[in-house]
Write a protein that binds this ligand. Structure first.
Ligand code: NAD
Length: 652
């Protein structure tokens, strides 16, 4: 079955996941029926969807009226009636194999023959569920993350007999509801995200159990030095210490003493008021930024990379799927494969081998694929190949953190594509932006636009994780991308919808023009981190809006509204969301139809003149004026004016 053949969807279960999945499927435009075993539970799930849609609508996160979305949602208690005419079923019933097998037996009987049966299970075997049906090739895993409305990732899991057609249709369906699918090509325990995430908590717990570190030290190091959104112990308290305990038990893995002790004493985390931190008698986490000093974070990261290597080596997932999964599913600042290629796979392997020799603990045994890569000389980015191929820098590079498109009018559109980190700038992203601009064909490009992916931010700053562990001399080079943008010989426009903070704000200021939605917010929060805006922010803001206002932004670190930003001259226009595309369109129309050489010189003399004395700046201006007098574009401009028509400039 093809994705276009899917019209009606059934979701089984109206619990935490079921109602959320129903909601995203309805927002995606499908008719969906949500089924649970009692009317009361279904009604509760229905109310939850209604409430959530209202919230999304208030925040401007859905375009449609919530009532129109609700009109596509129906509910049922009777299974047969619910699924008799659907094309796809997503099952989100409790995590018990016997129950799921019963359900799959019934579904096989009641659903149309062509229907795909998908399970939202987070840990059970798709193959085993499929065995309860006569259509195992049409059974697939679609593992959403909690809460489905917010989390972008869905793992699409093959059972042993799942057909490519079924998996592809499931994957396209996930895309059609605006989520990001990754393929998990084999039915392995934990699929991709939980497999790689396992060692994050496990190795942390061993480090503390073995007396090598304290809880605060590990959490602080992973968050403040390595940029993870939460420390391993903090995360474990949030998800429940018993969850990780049972996963290890089932997998037959040894359990770190500290985990054993917490479970024995029923200190399971936030839900019991106490875990690694105190929630009832305390304020939760107690680690501070400096506490991480001295902890060897590589022992945790090397083990995650090792899991990734097992998955790649066993053809379960590609490095790209793993990295996407970890960024979107676990909020990692960058994927483990990419990060490992930067660290050096030889160093990762060395860490594992040394610990394996010292402890003989199975968890450090290096994956065959990792050994293979290192023995083959594929030790990472510096070697030209690791998990990824880096190849020669011939301008045809595949970008990972930005999307780039050029239309036939010459608009080079650059989208910052790290929505899960609010498009924060990291080393890769800045490097890729520079690469695009350095390799742009000026004959083909008439203007450049920058925007942020997702619906929350242009860019919320620089990714602190990326700066941690950086030497001072390296930080001094952070600004090169901003200068490349500032000096690019074509006009640049920042399209700002949402947060425009820190490094993102500085990128916007490095552009020539800025148009923002009214709800956007601007600021330089760097001072609260003990830093200052380092991408030219102090200087460009100063020249643009004057000393008093620039110092207010930089010293106080507060955010200002788009209206105030417009008032201050920080941006060109603040416009209502509805008018945003039109206003941006008008700016872009003028930029692409303007004379390229004229615009180039105008930009250059205005940028450079800003730093020069008035006489020197005027001299630059008249020199540029003289040069322009001899261009074809000037002749074309003059004749079009005389003939009362629109000029067609060619940049000559
Ligand atoms: P939940 O307990 O909140 O909801 C399960 C619902 O299924 C309940 O309302 C229950 O009444 C209903 N149910 C029981 N038997 C049913 C049947 N025969 N037909 C239809 N509905 C039935 O559980 P949940 O957290 O929503 O988890 C559901 C599934 O999603 C599980 O497989 C779980 O592993 C998976 N999952 C959960 C999360 C999470 O964070 N909660 C994340 C990803 C995946």
């Amino acid at each position: 079955m093809q994705v276009d053949d899917i019209d009606r969807v059934a979701v089984l279960g109206a619990g935490s996941m079921g109602h959320g999945i129903t909601e995203v499927v309805a927002i995606g435009g499908y008719d969906v029926v949500m089924r649970d075993i009692e009317q009361e539970i279904v009604d509760e799930g229905y109310d939850d969807i209604e409430w959530s849609l209202q919230k999304l609508s208030e925040k401007g996160l859905i375009d449609e009226d919530p009532d129109d979305v609700m009109a596509r949602v129906s509910t049922a208690v009777d299974l047969e009636a619910a699924v008799e005419d659907v094309d796809l079923v997503i099952e989100a019933a409790p995590e018990q194999m016997d129950l799921k097998k019963d359900i799959y037996g019934d579904l096989d009987e009641f659903t149309p023959e062509h229907a795909i049966l998908a399970s939202n299970t987070s840990s059970l075997s798709i193959t085993e569920m499929a065995s309860a049906t006569d259509r195992p090739e049409q059974v697939v895993g679609t593992h959403f993350f909690n809460p489905p409305v917010k989390m972008d990732l869905v793992e699409v899991i093959y059972g042993d007999e799942t057909s490519d057609e079924t998996a592809e249709t499931a994957s396209q369906f996930i895309e059609s509801i605006d989520k990001t699918p990754i393929y998990v090509k084999k039915d392995v325990r934990g699929f991709v995200v939980n497999s790689v995430l396992g060692p994050f908590g496990d190795e942390a717990a061993w480090a503390v159990s073995e007396g090598d570190a304290t809880i605060e030290q590990v959490d602080a190091a992973m968050v403040h030095q390595r940029g993870y959104p939460m420390g391993p112990f903090e995360l474990s308290d949030m998800t429940g210490i018993d969850i990780g305990y049972h996963v290890r038990k089932e997998a037959g893995q040894p359990i770190p003493p500290i985990v054993e002790e917490k479970v024995e004493n029923d200190n399971l985390g936030q839900k019991t008021g106490k875990g690694y931190y105190e929630y009832e008698d305390g304020d939760g986490t107690t680690y501070e930024p400096g506490d991480g000093e001295g902890f060897d974070t590589l022992r945790i990261e090397a083990r995650m990379v090792n899991e990734a290597a097992k998955l790649v080596g066993n053809d379960v997932a590609t490095p790209d799927a793993i990295d996407t999964g970890m960024r979107l599913g676990a909020g990692f600042p960058e994927g483990p494969c990419r990060r490992a290629d930067k660290i050096g796979l030889d160093e990762i392997l060395d860490t594992l081998e040394t610990r394996y020799e010292q402890t003989e603990a199975e968890r450090y045994r290096p994956a065959d694929y990792l050994v293979e890569l290192v023995n083959g000389g594929h030790t990472g980015e510096d070697a030209g190949r690791g998990f990824y191929e880096y190849g020669s820098d011939d301008g045809n590079r595949e970008y990972r953190t930005i999307n780039v498109e050029r239309d036939d009018r010459g608009v080079l559109a650059i989208e910052l594509d790290r929505p899960e980190r609010m498009n924060a700038l990291n080393e890769d992203l800045m490097d890729e932006v520079e690469h695009v601009l350095d390799n742009a064909d000026l004959d083909e490009v008439r203007c450049v636009t920058f925007e942020g992916a997702g619906d929350r931010a242009f860019s919320a700053g620089a990714d602190i994780g990326g700066f941690a562990g950086m030497e001072p001399y390296e930080a001094a080079e952070v600004t090169s991308m901003f200068e490349t943008v500032n000096d690019f010989p074509r006009p640049t426009l920042a399209k700002i919808d949402g947060f425009c903070l820190g490094g993102g704000h500085e990128l916007a200021l490095a552009c020539d023009l800025r148009v923002a939605t009214e709800d956007s917010e601007f600021g330089f929060p760097e001072i609260s981190l003990g830093l200052l805006p380092g991408g030219g922010g102090t200087q460009r803001a100063l020249r643009m809006i004057g000393e008093a206002r620039a110092k207010e932004l930089v010293f106080r670190g507060n955010r200002i509204s788009a209206d105030r930003a417009e008032n201050w001259g920080l941006i060109n226009r603040a416009v209502p969301s509805e008018a945003f595309d039109d206003v941006v369109g008008e700016f872009v129309d003028d930029l692409v139809s303007g004379p390229p050489v004229g615009l180039r010189f105008a930009k250059q003399v205005m940028n450079e003149g800003d730093d020069a004395s008035m006489p020197a700046a005027l001299a630059m201006e008249s020199q540029a004026f003289g040069l322009l007098m001899s261009t074809d574009d000037m002749m074309e401009g003059a004749s079009a004016f005389m003939e009362d028509r629109d000029p067609e400039f060619e940049g000559k």
